[in-house]
Design a protein around this ligand. Structure first.
Ligand SMILES: [Zn+2]
Length: 409
């Protein structure tokens, strides 16, 4: 197998794809249903066709390339990731997995015909940057996007709906459900992705085998106190909503640290009202997000934060804790992880079995299909920024493991 050619293909395609951005010189900005996405989709189709794959685009804007197996009636092996990006993001998130999948198709073709079809997938709008809710393309193939959804979800900035943007892009939102794959037609899903975190790079580990994608709960919390004069109201006679919010925020971090087992809790948004030097805040609003590999742990963190709110507001304040998101953790295929582990051991690659703290298309597809993910190190753990970087040699290593995994499947 000529691996130098593989490295060359990956490097060339990632470089060429980095040109399809709305912010040249300031990282990759490829939002769904835009000119940049169209250019990238056309490029992917042309490249896959040049490698002899049968290519098409579905009703959700996903791009596919098929390498036919001996029996196309058998459930296929699908491999891919997303081809959209965040605003001013990097040139690896998502797209590196698409480019690696394309290269896998070429290598598999060289190896001879598989029993099953191998399908390269490039998904639309995983990030959810424009419309707020991500994994559009992967949810569409799982039959979870309806025309009603496309008419109701709006661009956060200009208020246009997904349906309007789809029409401009040349897609018919009334036919989005046709993007769904019938249950049982996808036998396995494999996603190569950059880690987007610091663990592999910091520990010098070559590959991450993802066993679980964490569950997430998000809340918007409001504490109501009483606005009052900041000079004349003694400390023991005020109902300061921000003071109580601060106490709860500190406790949220402690709750996650005490639980351990990879639990994380984040307060990323805080606002005090009316928001003035000389007014005791009568209202404080803040977000709370918790993630863990077990539903039970996420539920416990949420319950303990509620408990903290009750305690900190017990003397005359009130609070609301409104759930904004609740995504269960998804456990990926143990069988596929074990096969990858064996391959890493045989080849002498260092690896770690780890959860993914970020959401991915594999999280959606993994709910109905035997799925697995391979992580490659992200330099300094940086992602969603122009400095995002992964080494081609690391991507190549992931391709080598994936190739063997697919052949063993
Ligand atoms: Zn991604």
């Amino acid at each position: 197998m000529d691996w130098s050619q593989t490295a060359e293909h990956i490097a060339r395609r990632l470089t060429e794809l980095s040109g399809f951005t709305a912010t040249p010189g300031e990282g990759c900005t490829r939002l769904p249903f835009t000119r940049e996405t169209r250019e990238a989709a056309d490029y992917l189709k042309a490249e896959m066709a040049a490698d002899g794959l049968e290519t098409w685009e579905d009703g959700a804007g996903n791009v596919f390339g098929r390498l036919p197996g001996r029996d196309s009636a058998l459930p296929c092996i699908m491999c891919g990731s997303h081809y959209d990006s965040v605003v001013c993001g990097g040139n690896y998130d998502g797209i590196a997995g698409v480019v690696c999948a394309m290269e896998l198709a070429r290598l598999l073709k060289e190896c001879g015909t598989l029993d099953r079809d191998f399908v390269v997938a490039a998904f639309m709008d995983e990030e959810g940057c424009r419309f707020g809710s991500g994994c559009f393309g992967s949810r569409a193939i799982m039959g979870r996007i309806t025309p009603e959804y496309c008419h109701s979800v709006r661009d956060k900035r200009d208020g246009s709906t997904v349906a309007q943007r789809m029409k401009e892009y040349g897609l018919d939102p009334e036919r989005v459900a046709e993007a769904a794959w019938a249950p049982g037609t996808i036998g396995n899903y494999l996603e190569l992705h950059i880690e987007q975190g610091p663990v592999l790079d910091a520990k010098g580990i070559q590959l991450g085998l993802v066993d679980c994608i964490v569950g997430i709960q998000r809340y918007m919390i409001t504490i109501h106190g009483q606005s009052n004069h900041a000079g004349t109201t003694p400390m023991d006679m005020r109902l300061d909503a921000m003071d109580r919010a601060a106490r709860v925020i500190v406790r949220a971090g402690e709750i996650a640290r005490t639980k351990g087992r990879g639990c994380v809790a984040t307060v990323g948004y805080v606002e005090a009202f009316p928001g003035s030097y000389n007014v005791v805040p009568g209202k404080a609003v803040f977000s709370a997000e918790m993630r863990a590999t077990e539903q039970e742990l996420v539920d416990q963190m949420a319950a303990e934060i509620r408990q903290a709110l009750e305690e900190e507001t017990a003397d005359g304040l009130t609070f609301e804790m409104e759930q904004k998101a609740n995504t269960p953790p998804v456990h990926l295929s143990r069988r596929m992880t074990e096969i990858s582990e064996g391959i890493c051991r045989d080849r002498g690659f260092t690896y770690r079995i780890m959860p993914s703290g970020a959401g991915h298309d594999a999280q959606i597809i993994g709910q109905g299909v035997e799925a697995s993910m391979l992580f490659v190190p992200s330099r300094q753990g940086l992602s969603h920024c122009p400095q995002e970087h992964s080494e081609y040699t690391d991507l190549l290593r992931a391709v080598q493991v994936a190739l063997e995994l697919i052949r063993k499947l």
